[in-house]
Design a protein around this ligand. Structure first.
Ligand SMILES: CC(C)(COP(=O)(O)OP(=O)(O)OC[C@H]1O[C@@H](n2cnc3c(N)ncnc32)[C@H](O)[C@@H]1OP(=O)(O)O)[C@@H](O)C(=O)NCCC(=O)NCCS
Length: 154
């Protein structure tokens, strides 16, 4: 579900979970009203996984930051992060985004492991941050295309 379409109960859970992880996300804590205003004008793809009115996972792509991705889940280490990553990759492809990238604190083992097992590629590591990127499948060169185009038979 798009976070912009979520009701106030889900949005409140989003604010709480985001604030709980403010260190991992390298952000300041935010308030509910502030978040409502932000969502109204934010240039983002913001997706939430909701089950029985409980927010289980969040993925956000910041379109103004060259498609930076961030994600977080209610119950870590149960595969929800992988579900969120796959969903965000699909949404990115549908929006003709060629590549996603993310910045992770170097001690964030769960996130690093989650990116690696989902075939994200580490690009660099500096100042305590590890950078990952993923070129989306629809933008990889196709296997079926010939490497060099020969002359057509006459
Ligand atoms: C990062 C996060 C979204 C990953 O979601 P998740 O649901 O835990 O992800 P998954 O369960 O799909 O994968 C996590 C992997 O890390 C592994 N892992 C977790 N903690 C670990 C640790 N301390 N050491 C080694 N591996 C660890 C898990 O075993 C799993 O790997 P496996 O499937 O091979 O066993 C989640 O942990 C989270 O919300 N963290 C807080 C917010 C955050 O850090 N967001 C990322 C900002 S870039």
């Amino acid at each position: 579900m798009n976070l912009k379409d979520a009701d106030s109960k889900i949005l409140a859970q989003y604010v709480d979970l985001r604030n709980e992880y403010h260190r991992e996300l390298s952000t300041q804590k935010v308030g509910f009203e502030e978040t409502v205003r932000w969502l109204d004008r934010a240039n983002v793809i913001a997706e939430v996984i909701v089950q029985n009115n409980e927010l289980l996972g969040v993925g956000i792509i910041y379109l103004d930051r060259n498609n930076e991705l961030t994600y977080f889940v209610k119950y870590p280490h149960r595969g929800i992060g992988t579900t969120v990553l796959r969903k965000m990759e699909g949404l990115a492809s549908a929006n003709r985004i060629e590549k996603l990238w993310a910045k992770v604190n170097s001690e964030n083992t769960a996130s690093i492991r989650c990116f690696i097992k989902n075939e994200w590629v580490q690009s660099k590591s500096e100042n305590g941050k590890v950078y990952f990127a993923k070129v989306l499948k629809s933008h990889l060169p196709s296997d079926s295309e010939p490497a060099t185009k020969g002359r057509a038979k006459q």
